[in-house]
Design a protein around this ligand. Structure first.
Ligand code: 3PG
Ligand code: MN
Ligand code: MN
Length: 544
């Protein structure tokens, strides 16, 4: 049980954590949608209330190095668990480096299956070195190992990124990768790319937001249905010229030879989904694993030996076979607040719903006792067209939940800074931040009225840098037509953390220090009048 604090009895009203997804802090104004947004409420909070900056990237959130940006999974894991675990990106890299991955049963089953049946080994996943969902180096290591182990035929299905890496960088990955395959290819080893498409068009949907994407991916990778091209470079060049889309939004393509697709997925094949992150892996995994599947008509359901890079959901055991064990995230704040008998409320719209539930609770999909979840359905539109997203509805629901008096601890996520930040539109991203500001201005007074306190923070940066800046010159890069190259990915910047307290008469503040997202759980525990769990990182709270 969490012990009661002796120095402080705890706030009587609700403690509310508000995550402004993708709203990082940078002193640089140019290309910074957060700084440029008209957000009088948030600006006044930064003047009036105790605040600090939190590290939200690199080793502070369990990434392999400090060159790695943060992301929603590692960010919400750290906030919810109050601790830093080595995350998927680091675990897989290590397992490959030590060779452990190839000694485990999952890899052996995948490879023995294709050797025994003389069938094809397929790799499907996000094709970049973004290190958020996947890393192309992991893919290359597995292909090289497959050749070493005498596998005869490999097909690769590539989901183009442009979201965790520069927006039109796909050919920077395709070129060197084709060369890598050319060097491996031999009469005994037949390897090539078989299909692909933009990650926001096919396969990588999350939280059941848009199953049509997964259906289109299935048609592309499994059935080989779609527009044929002779190779990936031709596909990308043609589709870019026709659609003007950035990589993440490019339509699907099928690589064909002599009028037939080169790599459909058939009975007896093995399939490795090489993304390590779960949210955008669960739906396609279900399509490959579920015997009775109702989300769309698969037309053909090949009997394959399937493995995910990691297990994506420990409660649902999805997938059954995985190449590397996921981090065992234990003693989350959700669990211990539940054991303390507290009532918890979590809310976001579909796009971030799993962030405040599944990621928050250490990648568990089931609830702890006393937890209530509310999902507001997201629009299925390009978010630069609706930068306000469902911020008003999230605010309405949070106001109702706070005012109901039923909950001791509440959490919500405003997706705007992140989802609109990923589109690369600076104009829309400033509006996204402004929409969050409107929400805060409505919600926080209700928390006052209930005698509560709020922590306003974020999980990583995104909208704080909307220009792709040349590291050497410090100037924004430009496109061929002279326009500024947009940055669609997250940033390495810290995030704000504001303690909004109008109820203790100034007794509480945040200590100066070198803090990260993993310090939030202990801080919340203290606000509730409890000591932190022994495994959590320290509280930032100073109590007078
Ligand atoms: O999945 C995505 O949309 C991006 O790769 C990462 O964004 P998130 O970590 O904020 O979800
Ligand atoms: Mn996020
Ligand atoms: Mn994001």
């Amino acid at each position: 049980m969490l012990k009661k604090l002796s120095a402080f009895e705890g706030i009587k009203g609700p403690i509310v954590t508000i995550v402004m997804d993708g709203v990082g802090y940078s002193p640089k104004e140019e290309g910074n949608a957060v700084a440029q947004a008209r957000k009088p409420y948030l600006d006044s909070l930064m003047k009036k209330y105790s605040h600090v900056l939190l590290k939200a990237h690199g080793t502070a959130v369990g990434m392999p190095s400090d060159a790695d940006m943060g992301n929603s999974e590692v960010g919400h894991n750290a906030i919810g668990a109050g601790q830093v675990y080595e995350q998927g990106a680091a675990l897989v890299a290590k397992s490959i480096q030590t060779g452990e991955i190839f000694k485990r049963d999952a890899w052996k089953e995948i490879t023995e299956n294709v050797r025994a049946k003389k069938s094809t080994l397929h790799f499907l996943g996000l094709f970049s070195d973004g290190n958020v969902h996947s890393n192309i180096e992991h893919l290359k290591a597995m292909i090289a190992e497959a050749k070493k182990e005498g596998i005869a035929k490999v097909r690769v299905h590539v989901l183009l990124d442009g979201r965790d890496v520069p927006e039109t960088s796909a050919l920077d990955y395709v070129g060197p990768f084709e060369k890598f395959l050319d060097e491996l290819r031999s009469p005994e080893f037949d390897v090539c790319i078989a299909s692909g498409g933009g990650r926001m068009k096919i396969t990588m949907d999350r939280y059941n937001a848009n199953w049509k994407m997964v259906e289109l991916g299935w048609k592309t990778h499994v059935l080989g249905e779609g527009r044929y091209f002779a190779n990936t470079t031709e596909a990308i060049n043609t589709l870019r010229a026709e659609t003007k889309a950035i990589d993440q939004d490019l339509p699907p393509f099928v690589i064909a030879k002599d009028g037939a697709p080169v790599g459909t997925i058939q009975d007896g094949d093995s399939v490795v989904y090489f993304n390590f992150r779960g949210d955008r892996s669960i739906e396609i995994t279900r399509a490959f694993e579920e015997e009775h599947f109702v989300e769309f008509d698969r037309v053909r359901f090949p009997k394959v030996t399937y493995a995910g890079m990691l297990q994506y959901d420990g409660d649902l055991k999805l997938p059954k076979r995985f190449l590397v064990p996921p981090p065992a995230i234990e003693n989350t704040s959700g669990e211990w607040f539940s054991k303390a008998g507290l009532k918890q409320f979590a809310c976001s719209e579909t796009q971030k719903y799993g962030h405040v539930t599944y990621f928050w609770n250490g990648n568990r999909s089931s609830k702890f006792d006393g937890e209530t979840y509310l999902e507001i359905p997201s629009d299925v539109v390009p978010f630069e067209q609706r930068p306000w997203m469902k911020s008003a509805e999230i605010t309405d629901s949070m106001i109702d939940a706070v005012a109901s008096g039923k909950y001791n601890v509440l959490r919500c996520n405003f997706p705007n800074g992140d989802m609109v930040g990923h589109t690369g539109s600076l104009r829309a991203a400033t509006m996204a931040v402004e929409a969050v500001d409107l929400g805060l201005a409505r919600l926080l007074p209700v928390i006052d009225a209930m005698g509560g306190v709020a922590i306003i923070t974020a999980d990583h940066g995104n909208a704080d840098e909307m220009y792709d800046v040349d590291k050497k010159t410090g100037l924004p890069k430009t496109n061929k037509d002279g326009s500024i190259k947009a940055k669609t990915s997250h940033t390495l910047n810290p995030v704000p953390c504001i303690l909004y307290d109008n109820v203790t008469g100034g007794r509480l503040s945040l200590k100066e220090g070198s803090w990260g997202l993993s310090n939030l759980a202990a801080t919340t525990a203290n606000l509730l009048g409890f000591e932190k769990h022994e495994s959590w990182d320290d509280s930032m709270l100073l109590i007078k």
